[in-house]
Design a binder for this molecule. Structure first.
Ligand code: ZN
Length: 380
C-alpha cells in the first residue's frame, strides 16, 4: 500500500503535495494541514517532520522548505512525511494558540492512560484536540521517527529539548518489565538521535513538572511516551524572524539524523553557525531566576554563556532607573543560558531566563504512582 496522508500520496523518487483536513469552520470550509511527502526507496523507514504548532514560530517552515527537495527525494532510502504548519490558525494570526482552542495546542496529543468514562460534568475535547487525536493515529500507523520544530526566544541558542521517557510500574511484573524495556529502547534511540543532530541538548523539565505542564502530550512527548516512537523537539532561536544561520545548521543536523536513521547515504556534514556551550554535565531546562518584584531588567549574561551558582545574572531597577530590591539577581544553578525571556519589563514572579541547569535525573524514569491513580482529564 502506498503511503498516504490526506490527499497526499507517496510516489517513489518524487516529492508529492496535498492537504489533511483538520477542523471544519462553522462558516463553511476547513482548516487543512499542508502535507509534503518525499519518497525515495519505499522500503526504507518513514520519518515524520512537523513544524509550526505554535503560530509565531516560523523557522521550521523555512527549514522544511529548504530541506525537502526533489534531489533529496531521489536520494532517500525511505520516506519523509512533513507538515510545515501544524496550527494554521495560529500561523495566520501570529498567535501561539489556535483561536478555536483555549489552550496550548502542543498539549493535546493522546497520553498513555485511558480517557475517563463518560461524565456529564467534564467538557468534551475541542475540535482541535479531536483533530490531533486523529492525526496521532496517522503518526502511529506509519512513523518510525519524528522530529517537531519550534522556536524559543529571540536570540536563544539553537538546541534540542529531550523528552523524559516514562514507563509504567503499576501492572503485573511482566507488564512493567515489557513497558520499561520498550521505554528504555526508545530513550536510547532518542539519545542517538540527539547526538546525530549535533546541536546542544537540554533535557526537559523534571518528571513532576513535565507531567504538570502536560509535556507528555506534546508532539514529541506523546510520540515517545504514548506511541514509543523515537522523537525530539528542536528549538531554533528567534521565531518570527528566523536566523538564516540557524536554519542552515538545522538542515545540516536533520540531514545527519536522516543518515543516522538510514534514510540518506554519506558521511556526517559539519554543523556550524550556532553556539555549542560545553559544561561537561547533563542539563535540564528551567525558567529562572524569578523576579521578586515588579521591575525593569538589564540582563548581564547572553544566550550561550556558561553560568555558575552565585553568578550575577541581571540588574533590577524601577522605572526611574534606581536599583531596587536585591538589586542584582544571582544564579541558583550551574549551567548555561539558553535565552532571555521576552522583554525587560516584568511583574513580580516572572522568570528572567530560560536556563540549562545541571540535571542529575535520568531521562528514563517510571511514571509517578499518582499518574495512574486518576484517569486522564480532558483538556477542555
Ligand atoms: Zn513552540
Amino acid at each position: 500500500m502506498p503511503i498516504r496522508l490526506g490527499t497526499a500520496r507517496a510516489v517513489r523518487g518524487q516529492m508529492t503535495y496535498g492537504a489533511y483536513k483538520l477542523v471544519s469552520h462553522p462558516t463553511g470550509g476547513n482548516d487543512t494541514l499542508p502535507v509534503v511527502i518525499a519518497q525515495g526507496d519505499p522500503r526504507g523507514p518513514v520519518f515524520w517532520l512537523t513544524a509550526g504548532i505554535h503560530g509565531p514560530e516560523h523557522a521550521g517552515l523555512q527549514v522544511l522548505h529548504q530541506l525537502l527537495t526533489p534531489e533529496l527525494a531521489r536520494a532517500l532510502h525511505g520516506t519523509i512525511i512533513a507538515i510545515p504548519a501544524l496550527n494554521p490558525a495560529g500561523l495566520r494570526t501570529m498567535q501561539r494558540r489556535a483561536y478555536y482552542h483555549d489552550g496550548d495546542p502542543n498539549r493535546l496529543f493522546p497520553e498513555a492512560r485511558p480517557r475517563p468514562p463518560q461524565n456529564p460534568d467534564l467538557d468534551p475535547p475541542s475540535a482541535l484536540e479531536t483533530a490531533y487525536t486523529r492525526l496521532f493515529a496517522e503518526i502511529c500507523s506509519s512513523a518510525n521517527y519524528l522530529i517537531d520544530l519550534h522556536n524559543a526566544w529571540t536570540g536563544s541558542v539553537s538546541c534540542v529539548f529531550r523528552d523524559r521517557v516514562l514507563y509504567r510500574n503499576d501492572g503485573t511484573p511482566q507488564q512493567c518489565e515489557q513497558d520499561r524495556h520498550a521505554a528504555a529502547s526508545v530513550d536510547e534511540r532518542v539519545g542517538e538521535m540527539c547526538a546525530a543532530y549535533g546541536h546542544p541538548v537540554v533535557n526537559d523539565l523534571g518528571v513532576e513538572a513535565y507531567l504538570g505542564e502536560k509535556l507528555h502530550r506534546s508532539t514529541s512527548g506523546a510520540a515517545v511516551n504514548t506511541a514509543r516512537i523515537p522523537a525530539i523537539t528542536l528549538e531554533l532561536g528567534t521565531g518570527h524572524v528566523p536566523d538564516p544561520r540557524y536554519v542552515a545548521a538545522s538542515i545540516a543536523g536533520l540531514r545527519n539524523v536522516l543518515r543516522w536513521a538510514g534514510l540518506l547515504p554519506g558521511p556526517r556534514e559539519p554543523v556550524t553557525g550556532i553556539k555549542k556551550p560545553k559544561v561537561g554535565f547533563a542539563c535540564r531546562r528551567r525558567g529562572a531566576p524569578h523576579t521578586s518584584q515588579q521591575c525593569i531588567v538589564r540582563h548581564l549574561v547572553e544566550p550561550g554563556d556558561l553560568i555558575r551558582r552565585g553568578q550575577p545574572l541581571a540588574e533590577i531597577r524601577d522605572v526611574w532607573g534606581r536599583l531596587v530590591g536585591e538589586k542584582i539577581v544571582h544564579s541558583d544553578y550551574d549551567g548555561w543560558v539558553i535565552g532571555r525571556t521576552h522583554g525587560i519589563v516584568y511583574y513580580a514572579g516572572t522568570e528572567l531566563f530560560g536556563l540549562a541547569v545541571r540535571d542529575d535525573a535520568p531521562t528514563l524514569q517510571p511514571y509517578p504512582d499518582s499518574f495512574w491513580a486518576q484517569s486522564a482529564p480532558t483538556s477542555g
